[in-house]
Design a protein around this ligand. Structure first.
Ligand SMILES: Cc1ncc(COP(=O)(O)O)c(C=O)c1O
Length: 399
């Protein structure tokens, strides 16, 4: 039977502490124990259902984690204070000095910077590869390799990773496949395609209102237990834990994720087709011209479409900046980083979210100066939006 992630969210049922339709929020940083023995057992990791301290976990965080695990079809999950707060401890939990990582070269700039500049200080090296070339990925594996890291739909180039094929390679060599699914929640279910770990920045589509940071690592019970372990768990010890009030609000926003994703995708496809027909260099996985289009179709949960992210190359940074400023003036969206908001957000990744990637590497991977990344909003009348965007493009001389 086909995996249906939105049904998993719909089927969650809560009776709050006082019968509320929402779980009661646990607004405590520490928890009482009725006996000293139970406290000892909890520290030893043996007291199921007991809470000890909120950096470890909280009832509200568990509710959100379990909802996300249901959505991704993993055994369980652990939420964190940000996407990076989930990604970095997970990588560190798997790797130690002397180990090696294979990563897609087109990933979010922060993750890239962590692997390129930070983990080498701990003796962990990363090979950055073109993740769409499976032979290159396999050839990069050494006896020291522990994990393969990629994004389903990469930030910002929107390259598509073949999760099932990568999972096969990982299994064959005894590696873990870690997949960041931030750009394609609901649309792609990486764990169902064989990924071992699924990560998200909840800051983006999943929360969807640009009012909080959040992250999650979805995986096996064994992994999540190890991340929370009081003695050597990277989530517990590095401390990027989510606040309970935020966990409760993200859980509530998740309930409309399926409706929002459909509208983001509908609007993005509409604009991508129009921009491409206008002769603009447009990248969107829903376009037949996208090299990963067929692959994406083969992986996707179809009803959610091809996602809300698209890029347009307008030739130069000057033109990109001019266009973005004008679009903001005309109230078509905000010149801002991040994604998943109800209004369109646009930025030039080469000088913002991917500026951590050195210029020569940006050129090599095809990240051009004139590239604008759009996170398309929930506009009810996208034809009107298109008309106004087109007018801006004509005025700045891009069309
Ligand atoms: C694909 C992807 N992963 C991870 C992150 C990091 O998430 P956060 O900013 O919530 O730490 C981002 C943020 O832009 C992202 O785009």
């Amino acid at each position: 039977m086909k995996f249906k992630p939105a049904d998993k969210i719909q089927d969650l049922q809560y009776f709050g502490e006082f019968g509320g339709v929402n779980p009661s929020i646990s607004d405590s940083s520490t928890y009482t124990f009725l006996s000293a023995k139970t406290m000892f057992d909890t520290f030893e990791g043996n007291a199921e259902g007991c809470y000890l301290y909120s950096r470890h976990t909280t009832p509200s965080n568990l509710y959100l984690g379990e909802a996300l695990a249901a959505m991704e079809g993993t055994e369980t999950a652990n939420v964190a204070a940000s996407g990076m707060g989930a990604i970095t401890p997970t990588i560190l939990q798997f790797c130690q000095a002397g180990d090696h990582i294979i990563s897609s070269r087109t990933i979010y700039g922060g993750t890239y910077a962590f692997l390129k500049n930070f983990t080498p200080r701990m003796g962990i090296d990363t090979s950055f590869v073109d993740i769409t070339k499976l032979d290159v990925v396999e050839a990069a594996i050494t006896s020291k390799t522990k994990i393969i890291f990629c994004e389903c739909v990469s930030n910002p180039l929107l390259e598509i990773a073949d999760i099932a094929a990568l999972a096969k390679i990982a299994k064959k060599h005894g590696l873990q496949l870690l997949v960041d699914n931030t750009f394609s929640p609901l649309t792609i279910s990486p764990a169902k395609l064989g990924a071992d770990v699924v990560l998200h920045s909840l800051t983006k589509f999943i929360n969807g209102s640009s009012d909080t940071m959040g992250g999650v690592v979805c995986g096996s019970q064994e992994l999540i237990d190890s991340l929370r372990n009081v003695n050597d768990g990277a989530c517990m010890l590095l401390g990027a834990s989510m606040d309970s009030l935020r966990a409760a609000s993200i859980l509530k926003n998740m309930r409309t994720l399926h409706i929002r994703m459909k509208q983001h995708s509908h609007n993005a496809l509409f604009l991508a087709e129009k921009f491409e027909a206008d002769g603009l260099k447009t990248v969107y996985p829903g376009l037949k011209s996208h090299p990963g289009h067929t692959l994406y179709k083969s992986m996707m949960n179809e009803e959610y479409g091809f996602g809300g992210m698209l890029t347009v190359d307008v030739g130069s940074l000057e033109k990109a900046n001019e266009l973005m400023e004008l679009m903001q003036q005309r109230n078509l969206g905000y010149l801002a980083v991040s994604l998943g908001f109800y209004k369109t957000l646009f930025s030039a990744p080469g000088t913002s979210t991917s500026s951590e990637i050195p210029e020569e590497e940006q050129v090599e991977m095809g990240l051009t100066d004139g590239l604008i990344r759009f996170s398309i909003g929930l506009d009810n009348d996208i034809a009107r939006t298109y008309k106004m965007m087109r007018q801006c493009m004509v005025e700045v001389g891009v069309l």
